[in-house]
Design a protein. Structure first.
Length: 311
């Protein structure tokens, strides 16, 4: 289905199409954003980050940065198509599953299927993955399995998830550090844990433990070292969830990757003042624009891939 209204800001006009992809336990639903062109164009598969984040970058708990929708709109104005989608069990991607049934490999499988769909579409000259946060790690795993043309990590992790969790806890709730470390040690061994402390229920609840166990097996830097295609690493200096050190760890593991550090950009890819409250407030601001250097960095990377492909 094509939406009837075309949109245009300061670049090319574009339109949206609804996408549905049946899977074994449900249907993945997404939005394909297409610039108005008669020539094949590059397309990005945009993979959202952790938790109940939908295709636009929003979640039902009041966090509405709309950053992934903004990313798609801006790229379409530059002649770059994109497909963003609701992960299984999130938004309109209704699946016959419970939280306890989901592991990281399921997200990889879904992204794999969408890449295959895009590669079969003659409207696209190249297929590139752009993963945000945890979605960047999913993208790394997909890039090992699919013949894609490029990989973009947007504020992606460079260290194992358990190390990131413990660092965040040590910074924000140090009184919970030892109990969290004990739980993580058990989960790393593949052992489920009974969590009695209410303060730790949200993070380590029983239903999310299978997912944590599955992701704790991986180190993003180890996995990115196996990827042989062009890679762009983008990281902001005011990210409250990940750090510049994460991006540098990824580049150290894969020295051919291009690293772009954007001063003043936070985790949701927006420029914020240097104070924590403004940073936090931006997560509920659907109007605040993306950091200005972001789109040019992505566009230049994709243009280079196109130039190299035409040689």
């Amino acid at each position: 289905m094509i939406f009837p209204v075309n949109e245009k800001a300061f670049g090319q006009s574009f339109h949206e199409e609804s996408v549905e992809l049946p899977m074994a336990q449900g249907i993945l639903k997404g939005t394909l954003e297409l610039p108005e062109t008669t020539e094949p164009c590059p397309v990005l598969l945009i993979i959202a980050g952790s938790g109940p984040t939908d295709r636009d970058g929003n979640n039902p708990f009041g966090l509405t940065p709309n950053n992934l929708k903004m990313l798609a709109d801006n790229l379409a104005q530059q002649g770059i198509a994109s497909l963003r989608y609701d992960k299984r069990g999130i938004g309109k991607s209704i699946f016959n599953i419970k939280e306890k049934d989901v592991v990281i490999e399921d997200y990889v499988q879904d992204a794999n299927a969408l890449v295959t769909k895009l590669r079969q579409d003659k409207r696209f000259s190249s297929v590139i993955i752009a993963g945000h946060s945890e979605g960047a790690f999913v993208g790394i795993l997909v890039a090992q399995q699919q013949p894609i043309d490029g990989l973009i990590s947007l504020a992606g992790p460079g260290y194992p998830l358990q190390k990131i969790i413990l660092r965040q806890i040590s910074e924000r709730q140090p009184q919970l550090y030892q109990a969290s470390a004990d739980i993580i040690t058990k989960l790393e061994q593949g052992t489920r844990v009974k969590v009695n402390d209410p303060a730790l229920q949200s993070l380590f609840r029983s239903s999310v433990q299978p997912f944590l166990i599955s992701e704790f097996r991986y180190n993003p830097s180890t996995e990115i070292s196996k990827v042989k295609i062009p890679i762009l690493l983008i990281q902001g200096t005011r990210d409250l969830q990940l750090q510049v050190a994460d991006a540098k760890s990824l580049q150290l593991a894969n020295p051919n990757a291009k690293l772009v550090i954007i001063d003043g950009m936070n985790h949701i890819l927006k420029f914020v003042p240097n104070d924590i409250q403004s940073n936090i407030n931006s997560y509920s601001d659907p109007i605040r624009p993306l950091a200005a250097p972001l789109i040019p960095a992505i566009t230049d990377f994709i243009k280079q891939i196109s130039m190299d492909g035409n040689k």
